[in-house]
Design a protein. Structure first.
Length: 652
């Protein structure tokens, strides 16, 4: 407040001199000469002795930093101080009204502001400080709403700037709505961008691919050179505010706070992108633009420093998860399972907040399960829209399979358990661009247990299973299938889940000869899918009834091909025994002959389950216990559905 009082004391002296020069010659208003003298006397009494005059210049707490950041001259600071004084003291506003010839309080005009700042209104250089394009107007520190003669144009300071000058940095509602709380993530990319900004790069373009932490990396770049930063999402602007206006607001805010600016949410403003980027490139502080687009050369005359946002490594994710977590939680066994979720810094922050809210709503302590559930919900929005989430209840011990199939599944689980350890320490991952994931194909006839085996594999690994709904992925429009699959794969990687594609030949079918344009696009789609699955960093299981329909190039990329052949008689017998355990009551007078069924009904486990279920329904409807007669009747029906003849030994 001391420096603010100095400003008003300086201005009181300037006002006294202005009225002294006029004598009794001023525009008619509501105040008489005695009234003016009373107001001036009150100002002098309150703010102390007059200062030497405008040569000393006003001293305000925020002005030195504003001069440095916005490139303001001494005269700019004087003009800003004069204009803001009307909002500092109503008596000053009343005296401005007298000097400008308005009835009641008013703002200074251009001529009055220049006079109080000690400059002649005819001074071209001084007038230029109030022209469009000057620092004060370009950075929206001053507003001149009038279109009349230059000398009579009113000068006002926007409310946000006035508040800052008076020491209030509470953000306005629009800024608060767009602001994001994002962690600072250091990385080699961030350090490199920081060096570039220190060398004079004022505009950075950070490409944020799915699963990468763009805004957190932007903050890390500013942190690497000791500059605080703020993050805003322009897509969260108020409905009545344009993207360009929002950009102008946030660039001024960053300048007032002396913070670097990280901007995201510009993807929906492509129609006004040149205008939007003009505002951002004209910012008084360095700007990092985070989006998923490449930067066309025609967008701006300024060439940005461009980089790709990195994916967080495990150590960085651990640091972020530990932030704000209670010691009791971080000390709980199993909390490090969260590190297997390859979330972005932004997703970790949202998940942590959501978990806190859930625990608070239920009036209990935060638990690891809260964090895991919140991470799944907020980190897998696209995944849940295109895939069915299954929490596995089956394990490999629950499966009845031929030895060859069971051996392959055991080996698959072993690989998946030790994948990170081997690829990370033994150097088996190589130096190519292939992912460190595991691709496996479950091939066999319908009903042989491929889906249940995928669930059992996920259960053995303690992971969730997501079954991709092909109807929500395959799109008739060119390029849309690839986009949807990319989102699904990226979120599956981040959540560390098992991804299951049933009827995979619909997505990864063989490429055909190009006879027309649609064939070329279809082949390009298959090629992309093959390449992206090869880069997949996780466990993906693909199931098919028709292995021959898969593209040969895809088969070469598979780590495992697990056969699900029709089970032999001994395995069928075990399946019959297993399913009969679930029958409420068997008819002792008409016992089920498992050997006869296993030899005569040559079908897979899915068909056996259908027969047992149908027999149970039939017996229940008749209020009978399940007997062999019900099994034979159900077997006849099931074989008929399959278009197969009933064997002689199964005749009723």
């Amino acid at each position: 407040m001391g420096q603010l009082r100095e400003l008003l004391a300086w201005l009181t002296a300037a006002l006294s001199a202005a009225f002294e020069r006029r004598g009794t010659d001023w525009a008619a208003g509501e105040l008489s000469r005695p009234d003016v003298e009373v107001l001036l006397a009150m100002l002098r009494d309150e703010y102390g002795p007059d200062h030497a005059g405008p040569a000393d210049g006003p001293h305000h707490p925020a002005l030195p930093r504003m001069r440095e950041i916005f490139g303001l001259s001494e005269l700019d600071a004087d003009l800003l101080s004069v204009a803001a004084a009307a909002d500092a003291d109503p008596r000053v506003a009343a005296l401005f009204g007298v000097l400008t010839g308005v009835r009641g309080p008013g703002y200074a005009t251009a001529s009055v502001a220049l006079e109080l700042a000690g400059r002649n209104v005819l001074d071209a250089q001084a007038r230029g400080r109030l022209r469009p394009g000057s620092p004060l107007l370009r950075h929206r520190l001053l507003d001149i709403p009038d279109d009349g003669p230059f000398t009579t144009r009113r000068i006002r300071v926007p409310d946000r700037v006035v508040a800052h000058l008076f020491g209030d940095d509470e953000p306005e509602s629009a800024i608060a709505a767009m602001s994001l709380q994002v962690a600072i993530v250091p990385s080699a990319v961030a350090t490199g961008l920081g060096h570039g900004m220190r060398a004079g790069g004022s505009l950075v373009h950070l490409m944020q691919a799915p699963g990468t932490s763009g805004t957190a990396t932007g903050r890390g770049a500013f942190d690497s050179i000791g500059i605080p930063s703020m993050v805003v999402d322009l897509s969260r602007r108020p409905p009545d505010m344009s993207a360009v206006a929002a950009a102008a607001e946030v660039t001024r805010e960053a300048g007032l706070l002396g913070a670097g600016l990280v901007v995201t949410g510009v993807d929906d403003a492509t129609a006004v992108m040149p205008q939007l980027l003009t505002v951002l490139t004209d910012s008084a502080v360095p700007v990092v633009v985070v989006d998923r687009m490449r930067w066309p050369a025609e967008w701006t005359s300024v060439v940005p420093l461009t980089a790709a946002a990195p994916i967080l490594d495990r150590a960085t994710r651990e640091t972020l998860w530990r932030l704000d977590l209670a010691e009791a939680v971080s000390a709980t066994p199993g909390w490090t399972d969260l590190l297997n979720l390859a979330l972005t810094a932004e997703e970790i922050g949202v998940a942590r907040q959501a978990a806190d809210l859930r625990a608070l709503a239920e009036n209990r302590e935060l638990q690891i399960a809260d964090l895991r559930d919140a991470a799944r919900v907020h980190g897998g929005a696209h995944l849940e829209a295109s895939a069915q989430r299954i929490v596995p209840r089956a394990t490999l011990a629950d499966l009845i399979l031929p030895v060859e199939t069971r051996t392959s599944l055991d080996e698959l689980v072993s690989w998946a358990r030790h994948r990170e350890e081997l690829l990370g320490t033994a150097g088996l991952g190589g130096k190519g661009t292939k992912g460190s994931g595991i691709l496996s194909l479950f091939a066999g006839s319908p009903g042989t247990g491929k889906t249940l085996a995928a669930e059992a594999v996920a259960g053995e690994l303690g992971l969730e299973l997501y079954t991709v709904e092909l109807s929500s992925v395959v799109d008739k429009y060119i390029g849309e299938t690839e986009k949807k699959l990319e989102r699904i794969i990226r979120e599956a990687e981040s959540l560390n889940v098992v991804l299951f594609f049933d009827e995979a030949d619909a997505l990864f079918g063989s490429r055909s000869a190009v006879k027309e344009a649609k064939d070329r696009y279809a082949n390009q789609e298959v090629s992309y899918l093959l390449q992206r699955m090869e880069q997949f960093d996780g466990l993906a299981v693909l199931a098919t009834n028709l292995r021959g329909n898969l593209d040969p190039a895809f088969s070469r990329r598979l780590h495992f091909v697990v056969p699900f052949n029709d089970p032999p008689a001994d395995v069928r017998a075990a399946l019959w025994r297993s399913h009969l355990l679930a029958v409420p009551e068997l008819d002792q007078a008409d016992p089920v002959d498992i050997g006869r069924l296993a030899e005569g009904v040559e079908i897979a486990g899915g068909g056996i389950k259908n027969i047992v279920m149908a027999a149970t329904f039939t017996a229940t409807a008749a209020r009978e216990s399940v007997g062999m007669r019900h099994m034979l009747q159900a077997a006849h029906r099931e074989l008929g559905k399959m278009g197969r003849r009933v064997p002689v030994n199964l005749q009723m």
